[in-house]
Design a protein around this ligand. Structure first.
Ligand code: CIR
Length: 255
C-alpha cells in the first residue's frame, strides 16, 4: 500500500476554519503530529511519499481533498474553496507518474473529503464544497470503470462527508450517531460512533489496524469491539483547521 502526503506549510496557521480556535494553531506541533501520522502509516507497511511542501498554500497538507483514486484512476479534483484550487497542480504531477489521471474543470467542484469508497460504490456528499457538476464528473470518470456513485445529503453545518464517517475496509464504515441516516449506506455494515465523539468517526483503516484521533475513548472501545487494533494519534492542530486523519493522505493500493 502507498500513501501520498504533503507536509505542513509555514502558513498553516492561516488555514480555512469555520470557527477559528481561540488557541492559535502551532505549526511546530502540527508538524510533529504530521510526522507521527506518517510514522504510524509506515509502521503498518504503507510506503509514504511526500509531495513537496507548499508554504504559500495554508491548507495544502489536507491532500485528501485534491484527488479521488479508485479502479486504477486518479481524478484530480477542483476543490470547492478557491484558495485551495492551486493545491492540485503538484498532486496531478505526483499521481501522473503512477496512474491514469483525469481532471475536473469549472464549474465542477469536489473535495475528496466528500468521497468515501466502499467496495464498488463511491458515496459522495453534496456539500458546500462539492457541487452537482463535481458529482457528475465523478460519475463520468468512475462509473465506466465499474463503480457506482451514490450522492448523500449532508447534515447542516458538516464540512465533508468523511467528517462523520470513514471506510474501514471490506464493507464496513464508521458512522457518527445522529448525523447521516444509516439507511443512506444500504447494506454496508456500520460501526456506530457515539454522537458526542463525532470527530472520532474520521479514522484511517489499514487492514485490521485503525488510526483514530486520541481523546475519544468510546470510539476506541467500539472499534476495538469490532475487532480492530486501535492506534490513537494526536490531531489537535489539524482539528483547529477543520481537518482530521483521513484528510492528511491519499491512500493507494500500490505505488
Ligand atoms: C478546509 O476547510 O478545506 C481545510 N481547512 C480542512 C480540510 C479538511 N479536509 C478533509 O476533511 N478532507
Amino acid at each position: 500500500m502507498f500513501a501520498l502526503t504533503r507536509g505542513v506549510p509555514a502558513s498553516f496557521a492561516d488555514a480555512l476554519c469555520a470557527a477559528p480556535s481561540v488557541v492559535p494553531i502551532s505549526v511546530a506541533l502540527a508538524r510533529q503530529q504530521h510526522a507521527a501520522y506518517r510514522a504510524a502509516l509506515a509502521e503498518l507497511g504503507v510506503v509514504v511519499t511526500e509531495v513537496a511542501v507548499a508554504d504559500e498554500l495554508p491548507d495544502s497538507c489536507f491532500v485528501e481533498d485534491t484527488a479521488v483514486v479508485a479502479a486504477g484512476v486518479a481524478l484530480v479534483t477542483r476543490p470547492g474553496a478557491v484558495s485551495r484550487q492551486p493545491e492540485t497542480a503538484a498532486i496531478f504531477d505526483a499521481l501522473a507518474g503512477q496512474l491514469e489521471v483525469a481532471r475536473m474543470e469549472a464549474p465542477a467542484t469536489l473535495d475528496g473529503g466528500d468521497c468515501m469508497r466502499v467496495g464498488s460504490t463511491i458515496y459522495v456528499g453534496r456539500s458546500a464544497r462539492t457541487n452537482a457538476a463535481g458529482i457528475a464528473r465523478l460519475a463520468e470518470v468512475f462509473e465506466p470503470r465499474g463503480l457506482r456513485v451514490v450522492p448523500i445529503a449532508m447534515p447542516e453545518g458538516v464540512l465533508h462527508l468523511k467528517c462523520v464517517c470513514a471506510p474501514l475496509g471490506d464493507d464496513r464504515i464508521t458512522l457518527a450517531a445522529g448525523t447521516i441516516p444509516r439507511d443512506a449506506f444500504g447494506d454496508v455494515h456500520v460501526v456506530t460512533i457515539p454522537a458526542d465523539e463525532c470527530y472520532g468517526a474520521n479514522a484511517v483503516a489499514i487492514g485490521a489496524t485503525v488510526l483514530v484521533a486520541d481523546g475519544f475513548p468510546r470510539t476506541h472501545d467500539v472499534l476495538t469491539a469490532a475487532g480492530f487494533c486501535v492506534v490513537p494519534l494526536a490531531t489537535t492542530e489539524f482539528r483547529k483547521a477543520d481537518g482530521a486523519l483521513t484528510c492528511l493522505s491519499i491512500v493507494l493500493p500500490r505505488p
